[in-house]
Write a protein that binds this ligand. Structure first.
Ligand code: MRU
Length: 355
């Protein structure tokens, strides 16, 4: 893996890029202290980048996995098509076990599987690269569209609370929750943002504040436990979050802590919006409680950026996501429309015809 250091000036810089047969990613695990790009030239490094959250955020994981599969295909050393497809299948399996919750990963793998066609190994390889590029473009355009649609929900002068990071870093495009905020600002609305720090891995503190500051959007960082205080004081006009997987009945998995924010927002009569491309909808799951929740290392809880904050040997739990029921969601913003309860019909409608 070749590592390259570059100072970012604006978020127009590409966070994921296919360059001369290699995958260039901005290493999110090192932000905001260091802005390091890594050039990945084999699929093992791409799987590792997803597991270690150098790339994170549901749409970004899907895009990177697609390019990773194309990279893997380029590295297979056989011209026999059956052997090639068998090895390609193993590569896809490696991606399927990288992170379990974001469905975009599995949607991308299944699209790549379908694209693995051609008379020769060379043709299959080409078709895989084309499909990865298509998935990338599709996500960029979906987040742009949903951001513009969602911006209608934001009024001039609003203060929006968001959780985790659902911006350019998480999507390779405009962003989902942050995309809506950016689009509203582009429409001339003044607004400010409260970003929760998002323990344990601090995506809000490290990434969301960084992105918003680059965009010149006023942001206040708070710890996760401060949200209720500011809601009670009437300082939050709405909450917008992203999603990792939305089940057919509207139950939504997103970063741990999202459910608590939804309950708080409901208790204070504050609208709670979920912004997600249709690639995040999983109609194969009839209930949100079927969504697999990633359990990460307890060390991420007992330590902050390598520094121990708890007694040695203490038991710690680390579910990375939780599930918010549709009863607590005011609307789901997708690129094909804004859906309101009852969600089952609306989710089916926007998913039909999704490639
Ligand atoms: O564990 P992460 O950082 O990958 O979790 C990311 C989130 O929960 C985001 O809110 C979600 O993927 C939406 S990104 C547009």
């Amino acid at each position: 893996m070749f590592v390259l250091s570059i100072i970012l000036r604006t978020m127009t810089t590409k966070t994921i890029e296919w360059l001369d047969g290699k995958l260039r990613i901005l290493d999110q695990s090192r932000l905001p202290r260091e802005q390091i790009f890594a050039d990945l030239d084999n699929y093992h490094d791409v799987v590792l980048a997803i597991k270690e959250m150098k790339v994170r955020g549901a749409p970004a994981i899907g895009i990177v996995a697609a390019y990773g599969i194309a990279l893997g295909a380029a590295g297979i050393k056989t011209t026999n098509k059956d052997d090639f497809l068998a090895q390609l299948n193993q590569i896809m399996q490696a991606f399927a076990t990288s992170r379990p919750t974001a469905v975009n990963l599995f949607q991308a793998i299944s699209k790549m599987k379908k694209a693995a066609e051609g008379d020769s190994v060379t043709e299959v390889r080409k078709s895989l690269i084309n499909e990865a590029r298509r998935i990338h473009q599709e996500e960029i355009s979906a987040t742009e569209k949903l951001s513009r649609l969602g911006a209608r929900l934001i009024r001039d002068g609003f203060t929006v609370l968001t959780h985790c990071n659902a911006g350019s870093l998480a999507t390779a495009g405009y962003g989902t929750a942050l995309g809506v905020i950016k689009a509203a600002r582009e429409q001339g609305k003044k607004m400010s943002v409260f970003a929760t720090e998002t323990r344990p891995l601090l995506q809000g503190a490290r990434l969301t504040t960084w992105e918003l500051m680059q965009e010149g959007i006023p942001v206040t960082l708070i710890t996760d436990s401060m949200a209720g205080y500011f809601m009670k004081r009437g300082e939050i006009d709405c909450v917008i979050v992203g999603a990792d997987r939305i089940a057919a009945n509207g139950y939504t998995a997103n970063k741990i802590g999202t459910y608590a924010l939804a309950v708080l927002a409901n208790a204070h009569g504050i609208p709670f919006y979920v912004a997600a491309p249709t690639s995040t909808i999983d109609l194969s799951l009839t209930s949100g409680y079927q969504i697999p929740i990633e359990e990460r290392s307890p060390e991420e809880v007992t330590h902050i950026q390598g520094v121990a904050i708890a007694p040695v040997g203490v038991k710690a739990a680390n579910p990375a996501f939780d599930v918010t029921p549709p009863s607590h969601v005011t609307a789901i913003i997708t690129e094909k429309g804004i859906i309101r309860a009852p969600y089952t019909e609306g989710l089916k409608e926007v998913s039909s015809g999704s490639s």
